[in-house]
Design a protein around this ligand. Structure first.
Ligand SMILES: [Zn+2]
Length: 454
């Protein structure tokens, strides 16, 4: 995304809106990450915690779910820009809280949460599904600098009567925390009848109705990538972790599978609640829905990490920042390279970490294929015919797997496809006449060309 913005400026106008930025984040929600996270957090596959190979089979409240909490802490510690707290509120109760502080409005808090404890072994849907969804959103959003503060909260002892969430909500109210919204995730992976329906449970408390309306609006805005049908449940159920926030007059909703249509997990609260009952494609879309909401509320204010090359000099766009250049191939920082520019002596892949207002973002890796600027500005793709009526052909020099995406002039992604071919044809006959952009993205590069549809 960062590189798209810089190329647009070179073309003479900065046309990618924040809406496109959010689409980019939605697209990063990965079904394979979700699947592997679910398998690990419901004990189907082993993982490593505290340097030991373990299976997180047992997350039963009070009987040894500390391993699950330790896993969450380690996963969160691997991410950037988070402050992690073990919120131990009783001898056996332990919430795990990760805070990503907003750079513009640090006191405005958006909280995404779910319980990690369980009533039996496995319990993939209840509630590994919500837990892993939050981890996936944290994985993606923590790479961004955000205007408002995001709290990722993992509650303990929901199954004993919402104890973890209640303790936190009461303490937050006592502190006067300005929690603007609470998105609670509990059982979000089951769609037995395959109708893609889900529930938003809401009540007329604080701005919860408005929050529900915003979620529905986002579902409509991003319906090309989120295939879900919403049921509004009002008055919503009190039987999950949003309830203690309602009790403190905070804005909150529950998002989950369609209990309102009796389409809830058939293995609810048993050890048969396993990954094999999860509808991964439905679950994927549910997490994308949450991503759309959290990214919108976070306010994405990216540092401009686009890199340009002139001869043997790399320069990052962002001014007035703290810089650290990195060699992507050994993932090591380059000691002493803390300026906006980097003098390169060897071909390779370079990135830079840019810190503004205490928030660090790392650029994409920039591949240096020549130290001669004349070679560098040469394009690696050509696009023809231009203007076109029915097909656009993209010719390129590489056969790396690439994604080809067509955008309109407002930055809305209209279609996308993947190919390894050096000659790729995209049908554009359905587009109305006007200017468009074709983006070609590989693991090594991203290039954008403008074209005209007649
Ligand atoms: Zn639950």
């Amino acid at each position: 995304m960062k590189r798209i913005v810089s190329i647009m400026i070179l073309l003479g106008s900065s046309i990618f809106t924040s809406g496109q930025n959010i689409q980019d984040l939605i697209d990063q929600v990965s079904i394979s990450e979700l699947s592997s996270g679910l398998h690990i957090f419901s004990g189907e596959t082993s993982t490593t915690v505290n340097n030991t190979t373990v299976s997180i089979l047992n997350r039963v409240s009070n009987t040894g779910n500390d391993l699950a909490a330790d896993y969450l802490v380690e996963e969160l510690q691997n991410l950037n820009n988070l402050m992690i707290t073990n919120n131990v509120y009783s001898s056996l109760g332990r919430n795990v809280i990760a805070t990503q502080t907003g750079t513009v409005n640090p006191n405005d808090i958006y909280l995404i949460c779910g319980h990690y404890d369980a009533v039996a072994n496995y319990c993939a849907d209840d509630n590994a599904s919500g837990t892993v969804a939050i981890l996936e959103i944290a994985r993606i959003l923590s790479e961004q600098c955000v205007d408002n503060t995001i709290v990722y909260a993992f509650w303990d002892e929901e199954e004993l009567g919402l104890l973890g969430a209640r303790n936190y909500a009461n303490a937050a109210a006592a502190r006067g925390d300005n929690i603007k919204a609470v998105l609670n995730l509990d059982m979000m992976g089951y769609d037995g009848d395959g109708d893609n329906e889900f529930d938003i449970d809401v009540r007329n408390i604080a701005n919860s109705i408005t929050m529900k309306d915003e979620l529905v609006a986002l579902l409509n805005t991003y319906n090309s990538s989120i295939n879900l049908n919403v049921n509004i449940v009002d008055p919503g159920t009190p039987f999950s972790d949003h309830k203690p926030f309602w009790d403190q007059n905070y804005t909150a909703v529950l998002l989950g599978e369609a209990w309102s249509k009796n389409d809830q997990n058939s293995a609810y609260h048993t050890a048969a609640d396993r990954v094999n009952l999860i509808d991964l494609s439905y679950y994927h879309d549910m997490v994308k829905m949450c991503m759309a909401y959290m990214a919108t509320k976070a306010g994405i204010s990216s540092n401009d990490t686009a890199i340009t090359q002139a001869g043997n000099l790399l320069q990052v766009n962002q001014t007035a920042a703290v810089y650290q250049w990195v060699d992507c191939n050994n993932r090591g920082v380059i000691t002493g390279e803390n300026g906006r520019t980097l003098t390169i002596n060897a071909l390779g892949d370079y990135a830079v970490e840019v810190t503004v207002n205490g928030c660090t973002e790392r650029s994409d890796c920039f591949t240096v294929t020549s130290l001669n600027s004349a070679d560098v500005v040469a394009s690696n793709i050509s696009v023809y015919p231009n203007p076109t009526t029915d097909f656009l052909t993209i010719e390129r020099k590489s056969d790396l797997l690439a994604s080809f995406s067509v955008y309109d002039i407002r930055g809305k992604k209209l279609k996308t496809m993947n190919s390894r071919d050096r000659l790729t044809k995209i049908e554009v006959s359905a587009l109305s006449s006007g200017f468009y952009f074709i983006e070609v993205r590989t693991s090594h590069s991203k290039e954008i060309k403008r074209f005209v549809k007649k």
